[in-house]
Write a protein that binds this ligand. Structure first.
Ligand SMILES: [Cu+2]
Length: 140
């Protein structure tokens, strides 16, 4: 039986097949990786009591990372957003000069208001000073 197998598929052909298919497997592995990692990175600058951009458009179902970049060297800022009553509020502090990534998964289509929740005693809140924006999620 073993001899028959070797007769039908000579070693040289098996080896050639292996070397032909190997790069295909490797490439398809890369494609798979690319398909899985279609995460969109959206950068939002926090600084001067503004979010830049103030309006962000996302597509529902697309994995998204919000990259919160505090462009003020000292003033700490914050990103607060309520998605629904059922889920905890997104509430992320970004120290001056730092950057923090926030993973967003399965946001339902809709309009969401985000703002900076920081406020110094006896001063206007950052939100009152204009640190507010809108996230628009469109259906897939
Ligand atoms: Cu702020």
């Amino acid at each position: 039986m073993k001899n028959l197998y070797c007769h039908i598929f000579p070693k040289a052909i098996i080896t050639r097949l292996l070397f032909t298919l190997l790069p295909v497997f490797i490439l398809s592995g890369n494609w798979l990786y690319a398909a899985e990692d279609d995460t969109r990175v959206v950068e939002i600058k926090l600084g001067g009591y503004r979010f830049i951009p103030q309006e962000i458009q996302l597509i529902s179902g697309q994995p998204t990372v919000l990259r919160l970049v505090n462009t003020d060297s000292v003033t700490p800022h914050n990103f607060t957003m309520k998605v629904s009553d059922a889920t905890p509020e997104i509430d992320v502090d970004v120290p001056g000069g730092e950057s923090i990534d926030v993973q967003l998964t399965s946001l339902p289509a809709g309009r969401y208001t985000f703002y900076c929740g920081n406020k110094l005693l006896f001063m206007k809140s950052h939100r009152e000073k204009g640190m507010e924006g809108t996230l628009i999620v469109t259906p897939e």
